[in-house]
Ligand binder design. Sequence first.
Ligand code: 2AM
Length: 177
Amino acid sequence: MTAAVSSKRLFFAIWPQKKIRERLERSRKDYCPHIGRWTPAENLHVTLVFLGNVAVRLIPSIEAAVSGIDARAFNLDLDWLRTAPGKGMVWLAPKEVPNELLELVDALKSSLEGLDLEIEKRAYRPHLTLIRKLPAPFEPREIEPIPWPVRSFTLVESRPSRGASEYLRARIWRLRG
Ligand code: 2AM
C-alpha cells in the first residue's frame, strides 16, 4: 500500500516556449564547452517564487490566491552567462531585469501572505540554471540576447528522481496583454 502524499515541493516559475528551449539547446556548446551536468531542455525555467515543501491541503488556497493576479506580459532578454565561483553552476540571466518581472514576483508574494508558507526573503535574482557540477572554472560573459516573450507563469511540482529532477507543471496562468 502506498502512503498518501501529505506535502509537495512547489515553486512558481516562467517556462520557455519550445522555440526558446530549442535555441538554448543548440547554443549549449557555444556557451560552455565543459561537460558538467546540463539541465535537460524540458527542465529549463526561471523560478519566480520558491515555496519548498507545502502541505497538500494548502494547494487550493495557493491557486485561488494567485488566480486574482493581474500582471502584464513582458519580454525578457537572456544575455548574460554567469557563474558562482566554486559552486560549479552556470546560469543564464538578464542583465536588465524588466519591471514587469519584479512586479509579478511581488504580486505572487503579496497574494500568498497569510497562507502559512515560508517564502524566500532574499533579493530576487532571476536566473535559468544551465549547468551544475561544472568541472572547470568559467568566465562570466555577455552573449547575443535570447529574446523570450513571457506570456504566462506556472505552478510547478518538483519530484526528486535519480537523475535530473522531474518537474510537473500543475497550473498555468496567462499574463495580461
Ligand atoms: P536553482 O536552479 O538555482 O537551483 C527548483 O528546484 C527550482 O527552485 C530551481 O529553479 C531552483 O533554483 C529553485 N530553488 C531551489 N531551492 C531554492 C531556495 N531555497 N530558494 C529559492 N529558489 C530555490
